[in-house]
Design a protein around this ligand. Sequence first.
Ligand SMILES: [Ca+2]
Ligand SMILES: [Ca+2]
Ligand SMILES: [Ca+2]
Ligand SMILES: [Ca+2]
Length: 300
Amino acid sequence: MQRKAAILVVLVAFAVAFSATGASAYENCNGVGYFALQVPDPGSMNPDGNDNDWNSWFDPGFRIGMDQLCGTNPQELPARDDIDIAIRAGWTPEPDNRLYVFVVVVDDTLNNDETNADSGFLDDDMELILDPDHAGGWNEDPNAIRSGHQQWTFHLPNAGGYPAPGAFLRWQQPPEMQWGVEEGRVEFGITTVPEGSGHGATDVTLNYEIRMEAYDPYLPGGLEASLRHTFLAGQTIGMSMTFNEADDLAAGRTHQISTHVLEGGAHNSDLTSEFTLLAIGDYATAVEASTWGAVKALMK
Ligand SMILES: [Ca+2]
Ligand SMILES: [Ca+2]
Ligand SMILES: [Ca+2]
Ligand SMILES: [Ca+2]
């Protein structure tokens, strides 16, 4: 009960801060923002697309489902028998100091025939849009160097098709901007059920798992030129998770779904959604599924 009370204190504080700064500042689809939970034992985590390293500690009350996601293109959310998405977000303080994400996507039709990572949004595909310092005001041309607001993307690779490892910084970036993936600073694993599912498969589950360092700015000069972001308990970062849903096997994308409200969140840091980093003591291990009900009730 004590822990549940602590969660409510966090939520109330968050709601008050949100209303104090005005509703127009950031574009959270759920109206209040999202939470990432501190990973208790970073050494136990393996970004391999299997969630056995998540299930013992991640409180399911903080899982982000379709009821907290928006359609951005078009602005309508597909039915759950078309696509169903569940997001778990985690983080660690120093010395590990990384972001952890596990997403399960259940999809009736898998489109996976794109061979150019820069055009991966035409397939079933995930984007993690990250503005670690959440300073706001970053509004770029779509093909600008993504230094302060990065569009990391994750995709099922296949032999002779979409390039491995499936993690890639989009869009129209110079090759030297891919150092985060090439140097192992952004790690990614993906599995499918049934195993080996490919283009045109039906009733497929995709498991996306990410473990990554964050940089702001993230610069083409590489690690030495860039600034590593330090994650702290209670910090709010700019982060959107966006899903390209492609069911038309010829034409490609049929929907885009996101934690932010407008498609512009991919390019304007004032339009991304927000994640607040909760320390271990600030989330319960057995909170009831009513957590998000409580958040939403606060906002009404
Ligand atoms: Ca894993
Ligand atoms: Ca679908
Ligand atoms: Ca930034
Ligand atoms: Ca699909």
